[in-house]
Design a binder for this molecule. Structure first.
Ligand SMILES: C[S@@+](CC[C@H](N)C(=O)[O-])C[C@H]1O[C@@H](n2cnc3c(N)ncnc32)[C@H](O)[C@@H]1O
Length: 202
């Protein structure tokens, strides 16, 4: 995937201005970037042009920036990145400065379990960071029949409160109408992804 110098400039600014630059750079580990490129290429055939997207657990906004820069697939009308950690909001805003200026990006500090969404597509690549109860509650706040894009992994570290040991287990945890599911083997862990429609009604 090609990254242009305008975006690169804002990425470096975001890292430079963040309170803990090394922590911000964790979002650029090879496994993190590969998982996001995999998500973007898998998602392309499931969505129309000019969709609105919510990214829950959006961290420092790298996925949003990669979606905006993707040269294949649709263009994105608006992306909102939601994270419970207040330090993420200014970093994600700088990471996506170009689109924030043009009104196509907004970072928000909120608990994904307490926020409602009216986006066409809702992405949650932080499923391993919330418990099953939180996930079930989160899903009830998403519009019925919206397209959900969910990622988790089998990487057991203290901050991962709900990993999955197989793709089948992750599908069961998600409990949505699955359109597509797959796994990506990375050096330290396997990433699982499920794309499908939300079967919960509000
Ligand atoms: C390490 S990061 C991202 C990991 C993920 N694999 C990815 O690449 O997107 C996990 C993020 O989820 C956020 N998070 C955890 N619980 C959350 C919640 N209830 N609502 C919103 N964000 C949450 C954390 O603050 C953190 O920024």
């Amino acid at each position: 995937m090609l990254i242009d110098t305008d975006h690169l400039h804002f990425w470096i600014q975001a890292i430079r201005q963040s309170p803990d630059p090394m922590r911000t750079m964790d979002a650029f580990w090879q496994g993190q970037l590969s998982s996001k490129e995999w998500l973007i290429s898998s998602l392309n055939c499931w969505i129309d042009d000019f969709v609105t997207v919510d990214i829950h657990g959006g961290w420092v906004g790298v996925l949003a920036s990669l979606l905006f820069q993707s040269e294949t697939g649709p263009s994105y009308k608006h992306i909102r990145s939601v994270d419970i950690d207040p330090t993420c909001e200014p970093i994600a805003t700088m990471m996506n400065k170009k689109e924030e200026i043009s009104g196509r990006f907004r970072a928000v500090t909120a608990d994904m379990c307490n926020i409602r969404s009216d986006a066409n597509v809702i992405i949650n690549t932080s499923c391993e960071h919330i418990t099953q109860n939180q996930f079930d509650l989160w899903k009830t706040g998403m519009p019925y029949n919206s397209l959900l894009v969910l990622q988790s992994n089998n990487y057991d570290i203290p901050e991962h409160v709900r990993t999955a040991s197989s793709l089948e287990e992750f599908k069961n945890q998600c409990n949505i109408n699955v359109s597509w599911a797959g796994e990506l083997k990375l050096p330290l862990y396997t990433r699982y992804m499920v794309i499908g429609k939300n079967n919960e009604s509000k």
